[in-house]
Design a protein around this ligand. Structure first.
Ligand SMILES: Nc1nc2c(ncn2[C@@H]2O[C@H](COP(=O)(O)OP(=O)(O)OP(=O)(O)O)[C@@H](O)[C@H]2O)c(=O)[nH]1
Ligand SMILES: [Mg+2]
Length: 308
């Protein structure tokens, strides 16, 4: 991981880090020894950073055991122990082998406004810069302006875009785009879909239909089914992950808008609960603000001391 990624992760997680760092500092300010009150305050802090009740209980049980073994006795050792435990939880997700097929078809899904189209644009820009041939499919035919928004990203990245008139059947767009991706021998087909509430049955069925249309043309496709989640939505992200996972089976998650929240801890319960890897994180609105998720880098940035 280059220092550039490290710096970006650090910058994107500044709010969460500040929240945790200031919280940990204030817990230890009043007294030095670790007692039940320390654990109670720590519990409130971790839940406040959106680590969720289950993960928080696991972390606290680990910490208590370490305190009893006298491995943890002050702020520094406590911070180190938290880091190690979080890294262990995040590393439990198996890493999928790289896909050796062409085209690789990736479907981006998620609720309204989470950052699907922006993420696809950033993704396309990176792939094109690496010399890959990329095709974008505007299967969001619902929102006026969605096709135009994707086309602008396509132009910036240097990727062609398959677009239908507003109101067209998204599965028809997907069918055409998959055929075009094969005919044009592109390396990547990235499919943008309309935002949909995870509880709307007919819209989730529409997604299933899109995946069927794709796999009829390319048996293993869509190879990647990426759920885009907005980190600022908090625990509702878990409900979103659950419904999309059930409907189409997810291969990865992109967590956006980490720059805008102090609750970046949401990464942990998502990974722990669904065993789906976080692929990338969004830390801003410009093209280079989508960075690969690296576990050590992420946890390091969460607990880095402020102004060391
Ligand atoms: N700060 C910040 N803003 C982001 C990030 N990702 C996306 N956005 C902003 O979020 C807003 C919505 O992004 P879109 O990409 O249009 O979201 P969408 O999921 O495609 O929305 P719908 O198609 O309407 O469902 C835009 O203003 C983006 O610039 C991020 O990582 N950080
Ligand atoms: Mg969109």
């Amino acid at each position: 991981m280059t220092s550039g990624f490290w710096q970006k992760t650090g910058k994107g997680l500044a709010k969460t880090r500040h929240f945790l760092s200031a919280g940990l500092g204030s817990i230890f300010k009043k007294k030095r020894e670790i007692d039940q009150d320390t654990f109670d305050r720590l519990e409130a802090l971790l839940i406040g950073a959106d680590l969720g009740v289950e993960v928080t209980q696991v972390l606290l049980a680990d910490l208590k055991a370490s305190v009893e073994r006298k491995e943890v006795g002050n702020l520094e050792t406590l911070r180190d122990k938290l880091k190690t435990s979080l890294i262990e939880i995040l590393k439990q997700v198996p890493v999928a082998p790289p896909i050796d097929e062409s085209p690789i078809v990736t479907l981006f899904v998620g609720v309204n406004g989470v950052g699907k189209t922006t993420t696809i644009g950033k993704h396309a820009k990176r792939l094109c810069a690496e010399g890959k041939k990329v095709l974008l499919a505007a299967a969001d035919t619902f929102r006026a302006g969605a096709g135009e928004q994707l086309s602008i990203w396509g132009q910036r990245a240097g990727a062609e875009v398959i677009r239908f008139p507003p109101g067209a059947d998204p599965s028809a767009v997907v069918f055409d785009a998959t055929s075009a991706a094969m005919a044009r021998k592109v390396d990547h087909l990235l499919i943008d879909t309309a935002g949909r509430l995870q509880t709307k049955h007919n819209l989730m069925e529409e997604l299933k239909k899109m995946t069927r249309v794709i796999s009829k043309q390319i048996p293993n496709a869509p190879h990647e089914k990426i759920l885009v989640l907005d980190a600022t939505t908090g625990q509702n992200a878990l409900s979103q992950a659950e419904h999309f996972q059930k409907a189409i089976g997810l291969t990865g998650i992109v967590l956006t808008k980490l720059d805008g929240t102090g609750r970046g801890g949401i990464v942990v319960p998502i990974v722990q609960k669904f065993s789906v890897p976080i692929i990338e994180i969004g830390v801003g609105e410009s093209p280079e603000d989508l960075i690969p998720f690296d576990i050590e880098n992420f946890v390091g940035a969460l607990f880095e001391e402020e102004n060391p």
